[in-house]
Design a protein around this ligand. Structure first.
Ligand code: MOS
Length: 712
């Protein structure tokens, strides 16, 4: 027994830089990931994916493969356990990939058709590659474009907003921008591939996984396999990146099926190539933006039509058209999302779903309008700053967009900028600068947490949070320390175990806010339970809290984070190469919990935005329906040499409702970056690039180097 000093110690951990708690374990290899944790009697499953884009599996020649060394089973639609995918989970109906092995249909290239299980991973792979699958092939259609036949506006909330008479306001406008923008298919291939090990332990299913939410995955597995929720446990201690891809996926489902069939632990790991069809991706977008303004650049009309594709088996909407809703006041304000269903893998959430491609279109169009009006792009944004949500009519919880532009412009040296394009030359390089706004919704979801005062004068927090590489574990430690009024060294945060109870996933930029809120509540309840100088029993004293009620009681407001991004580029007129020389992002994104990891989060998002602007593009082969190069050799991402002087910082912007002041910073860093770079390329060359990525061939074709002449 010991006495507690909980209520007399220091505060102020939040807002102070703290290195990652698990950092040393990670860099020394002591931290084990889902695919490398040892298990006795472990068997290994290897996925076999379809080689056609549409049709049926006619026959699987399992027998020869079953005679290969070490092979234990070949699971497929003819022999796999049945599941019940007719349910609504935390994020809606499950992706129909959950029904792979339940029927013989093949809806896209790379659909799972078999799982070969063997004693070793190598044996499973050898056998999987030898497995002969016969198909009945049907013609496929993967050709995406705006408004092609079959395009529709989905039902459901937020697919269409209409305020005012758009055509009348466009007709009354002195300046009109009417432009089409497109972004390609983009993939969030995390460093750590998806991996899960499933095993039965005294009637309980335990899945060691790499995911964004262990409650979420446990709940889906329970529903899918018709199990009592209390008999499913999912753990996900360390996660090497997720970005929206790590929810319920086929690897967990097949690991459970195989572990059930064989009654031994089974691990299924996706290969990188398999991730390109199984992990989800960002749909290509085709967007039309129409802006109408008075002579001074005040918007009269705002219209954004966003198109994306989805698979034939699941509707996923990349809500690009949502970006402009909180951004700009306009008398007529219309936005709509449209989808077409094709024979392709199902797209999914990818960091800043909707906002990332949507901001490219809108923030480019705003720059085009500034050019037409002869108004500085920042001044134009100031002129169109709304007093309340332009579509919702709701007051903003806080809106510090202009403070971001002020601070960013000062640091970047924007005031000295000559707005005319195509004038600055340095050897063979043309130089330019550009800016764009960022925004991302601020949300919170119910979560539960338990905080224990231990007999050794430390504290243990238990919450089903996920640290997908963001530093969430460390942020939660700082939040708990402040709420307990102790130093972070006395706080141990345990995460990613579904037995800790329901909690929000690491998604929607709302993980830390949702979990932090629950921890704050539980810690405050614990402090009330603790008597100064009182005794702590060996099992400790625990307080639990959930935020169901406080979250439901939040008032209706327009809640967003904002930011201003600045880019300087150099364009090689001989090769068409675009080099980003400087990137600066200033954000108003709530109270910053851990400046060290927050900066890394912003810079990471901006780096991805740079990658989106200049490099990333998955190319689909019309003939086969598959990707031309589903690997990180062919799918080009920004590497160290592409990323220059890049800086992120923030202005004070605490959220008034959150107990810590948090808004959430997971996604906003990527929003607006591509537009800032595209606008800088225009400023350098005089040519607008409305198709991403801005590849050298596109720059050359568009005539870089002709400056003003190229615009004629
Ligand atoms: Mo994120 S794309 O909300 O996981």
């Amino acid at each position: 027994m010991t006495t507690t000093t909980a209520t007399t110690a220091v505060t102020g951990a939040v807002g102070t830089s703290h290195t990652r708690i698990e950092g040393v374990a990670k860099v020394t290899g002591a931290a084990r990931y889902a695919g490398e944790l040892p298990f006795a009697d472990l068997a290994h499953g290897w996925l076999v994916l379809s080689t056609i884009a549409r049709g049926r599996v006619r026959e699987i020649e399992a027998d020869p493969v079953l005679r290969m060394p070490g092979v234990l089973a070949v699971l497929h639609h003819g022999n796999a356990p049945r599941v019940d995918a007719d349910y609504v989970g935390m994020l809606g109906r499950p992706d129909p990939i959950a029904e792979a092995f339940q029927h013989d249909r093949v809806p896209f290239m790379g659909w799972p058709v078999a799982l070969v299980v063997a004693e070793t991973s190598e044996q499973a792979r050898e056998a999987a590659e030898a497995l002969v699958v016969h198909y009945e092939q049907e013609p496929h259609d993967i050709a995406f474009s705006a408004g092609r036949p079959g395009t529709y506006t989905p039902d459901g909330e937020g697919m269409r907003t209409e305020k005012g008479d758009l055509e009348a306001q466009l007709a009354a406008s002195a300046h009109v921008v009417d432009a089409e923008y497109s972004t390609p298919e983009e993939h969030h291939i995390s460093m750590e591939p998806h991996a899960a090990t499933a095993r039965w332990d005294n009637g309980r299913l335990e899945v060691v996984d790499s995911n964004q939410g262990s409650t979420w995955v446990a709940d889906e597995l329970a529903k899918l396999f018709s199990l009592d929720p209390s008999s499913v446990r999912v753990l996900s201690e360390h996660v090497g990146g997720a970005f929206g891809s790590k929810g319920l996926r086929i690897h967990q489902i097949l690991a459970v099926m195989a572990a059930t069939t064989l009654d031994r632990p089974v691990r299924v790991v996706m290969t990188r190539r398999q991730m390109f069809s199984l992990a989800g991706y960002r749909s290509p977008t085709a967007q039309r933006v129409r802006l109408g303004a008075d002579p001074e650049g005040r918007l009269l009309a705002f219209d954004h039509q966003g198109h994306n594709l989805s698979s034939t088996v699941h509707e996923f909407v990349e809500t690009s058209a949502a970006f402009g809703r909180p951004m700009y006041a306009a008398d007529a304000h219309h936005t709509v999302s449209r989808v077409v269903r094709l024979d392709v893998p199902t797209p999914t959430y990818v960091r800043a779903p909707g906002e990332a491609p949507g901001s490219f279109a809108v923030e480019s169009a705003i720059d085009e309008l500034a050019e037409k009006c002869g108004v500085d792009p920042i001044a134009l944004r100031v002129r169109n700053e709304p007093a309340v949500g332009p579509v919702s009519g709701l007051p903003f919880s806080s809106r510090n967009l202009l403070a971001c532009f002020d601070e960013g412009a000062r640091r970047f040296g924007w005031a000295d900028r000559d707005p005319r394009p195509g004038l600055r030359r340095e050897g063979r390089w043309l130089l330019g600068t550009g800016t764009a706004a960022s925004a991302f919704p601020v949300l919170v979801a119910p979560s539960s947490a338990a905080v224990t005062a231990e007999a050794d004068d430390t504290f243990t927090v238990r919450i089903t949070a996920a640290d997908v590489g963001t530093g969430a574990r460390t942020a939660l430690t700082l939040i708990a320390a402040d709420a307990l009024a102790v130093t972070p060294e006395r706080v141990r945060v345990r995460i990613a175990d579904s037995d800790f109870g329901p909690a929000m996933v690491a998604g929607g930029s709302m993980g830390t806010r949702s979990w932090g809120w629950a921890i704050n509540l539980a810690a405050r309840e614990l402090r009330e339970k603790l008597v100064p100088g009182g005794q702590i029993p060996p099992e400790g004293i625990t307080a639990r809290a959930d935020t169901n009620e406080v979250v439901a009681a939040l008032s209706q407001k327009e809640r967003h984070s904002f930011g201003a991004q600045f880019a300087e580029v150099a364009v090689d007129t001989a090769t068409g190469e675009v080099r980003v020389r400087r990137l600066l992002g200033i954000f108003a994104a709530g109270r910053i919990v851990n400046p060290l990891t927050a900066r890394s989060q912003f810079v990471g998002g901006m780096t991805w935005g740079l990658s989106m602007a200049l490099h990333e593009e998955a190319v689909r082969d019309q003939a086969s329906g598959g990707l031309v190069s589903p690997d990180l050799a062919g799918y080009h991402v920004a590497a160290n040499a592409d990323v220059p002087d890049i800086e992120a910082d923030w202005v004070a912007d605490p959220d008034e409702d959150d107990p810590v002041g948090i808004k959430g910073i997971g996604e906003i860093g990527i929003v607006g970056t591509a537009a800032a770079i595209a606008n800088a390329v225009w400023h350098a060359t005089g040519v607008r690039h409305r198709t991403l990525p801005i590849r050298p061939d596109r720059v050359l074709l568009a005539g870089a180097g002709h400056g003003e002449a190229a615009r004629a």
